[in-house]
Design a protein around this ligand. Sequence first.
Ligand code: MOS
Length: 726
Amino acid sequence: MKNPDLRRVDAHEKVTGTARYGADRVPDDLAYAMFASATIGKGRTVAIDTAAAEAVPGVRLVLTRFNEDELRGPGFLMGGGFAFQSLQPLLSDVVAYRGQPIALIVADTLVAATEAAELVRARYDTEPFAVGIDDEGATSVLQEEAIPLPWFADVKVGDAETAYAASPVQIDETYLHPAQHQVPIELISSVVEWQGDRLVVHESTQNAGALRHGVATQLNLDPADVDVISPYIGGGFGSRNALQPHIGPLALAARRLMRPVKLVIPRPQTFHTGSFRPVSRHRIRLGADPSGRLLAALHDTEHQTSRHDLFPAMYTEMTSRLYAVPNFGGRQSLVQTDVQTPGYMRAPHEGPAGFAFESAIDALAYATGQDPVELRLANDTATDPVTGLPFSSRHLAQCLKRGAERFGWEKRDPRPGSMRAADGSFVGLGVAAGAYPVMVAPAVARMSAAADGRVTVGVDGHEMGQGIRSAIALLVAEDLGVPVQDVVVRVGDTRFAPQHLTAGSWGTATALPAVHKALRELRKQLGTGDTGTVDVAAAVRATGHGSPEVEVTSLGQGQPSEMLDRSRAGLTAPAGPVFPDFTAFSWVAHFVEVRVEATTRRISVPRALCVADCGRVASPVTAASQVRGGVIWGISQALRESSEVDPRFGGFLNTTLEEYPVAVNADIQGIDVDFIDEPDLLLNDVGVKGLGEVTVVGVAAAVANAVFHATGQRQNRLPIRIEHVM
Ligand code: MOS
């Protein structure tokens, strides 16, 4: 019942430029804001001279400090609050890191605000600081001691140390993953407007609910008096998954001026005003028998956080599930440094962990003389080795087998450096597997049918380009047998549903079951029976009253209903990946071909294939697009992205897209996509699992493994650069 013709329900709006993103709004009498930022690594502001800034024509307000009665901290997302970090700028003289905002300027024009921001001068008392995990002053704590909550405890199965020590084959490798920034094309931006006592925020956010409740906390408002509108997002990647602390100061400035205010944070400032992916180091030890069967795995990580928040590491949740490992020892440490609090970015933990673990698996294949695909198949498991529960579905072996065939893996000569292209380049073929936990959040869906035949559905979920609108519209259209154009989807808007966080690849797997349930209720109201085509207009008329409307709530399997209250309060409340009767993950296999030019040693990726098991494919076109996006980000992770620091300077140094390269069209050649497309009906009635983030997991390892195959040089750090294959 797929509708293969449907590309994207919002394609026309997007390509014609009529889609409205957060800060596209230009209300009458709009004023423009800009931050001035701290230029020291750490310390205090002693004095801030704003005279020159205030003298710029058109400047209306220069704010350096709010008092605490006016503005409170919104709390840390992972500590029961709403923001990516607990630190609320403009509330004290503390400078926790370079790049932290110290003044907010509001002016009649963007030009005036920008000019004035550059004229703000501060005097500081400075303190020593550490920006890298190995810098003097960085301090390390064991996560399970620092955050004593069961879900942050180390994963331990059996006795991994003993089993590793007794293993005939041992791999012991350490991998370094750099800090990275999400760099969505749409800059972090907001328009705030007071409508009497109501605050309306237009911001492209993945978490309108947290923004509503967070700004209410910041300003001591009733959350019911705040609306957050986020119909489209120009790239999230985790950077918009919580309240950004700028919103409180912006709302206060708007109230003082009695004008709407817009803030578009310039690219360089986004490297310090929002979250980022922290540095992580992974020591992987694998013990195996001579045939490559795993006997033990140890995964020790050090992971960067800020001084003011403990951003938890979750690396071993995935690596302990990839294979049938009878003894697993995870150990995660947090290293506190003087930066803003890191956060989630594109498979935040699974991406770096997948690079490390799947590189070590490749090393094991070479150490045991096994084919890397065969070695992975030999270590497959239908049971979650951590809990002993079955996986709700796991078609990883099928992903690997189908991928090997489709990619032409049998033509690979396993000897490193043995394959050459016609132009003399070294050819390398690499493989890696990946997994991502399936999570499901509570959701509310409201659905109504109108006499003109249109069906409107408002549901928790944000459209960040992944295609959630298309998946919802398709489900409704197919269920009722109505044209997809007659389905109106309202997401990302607190006026229609509470709007929990859309992240962790749970958006579609959360929204669709709620919509499915609403459809059942709507059909009851319309008296149409539970299946079959519905003439909506006729059915509405037959009910004899205006527009029948239903509201339903849905939860993950076994999820207590209090989670719905948490979600309605703007707090994050996903269930999974361990459910009462099963453990749920999405799975992928990646196959990559690299070329390393013989003289310049330039690395390119002419060909990549991803075979994904995401349960039922809800929207074929947008799903394939998600996979291509994941593979592109994986190539970017492998070969391009790194946020640089220097112990002499605070903050991040390469804060533009010229200096923070991401993969561009010239880096991307053939990407082939295939799906297993087997519904996971244990998980939900629709059979969908998560897709977005699993597609990036393992790409970087497949590239690194291919580079080893091409050159014989192991790659234990990212990004892989020319100097690493000389
Ligand atoms: Mo995503 S990195 O889970 O917002």
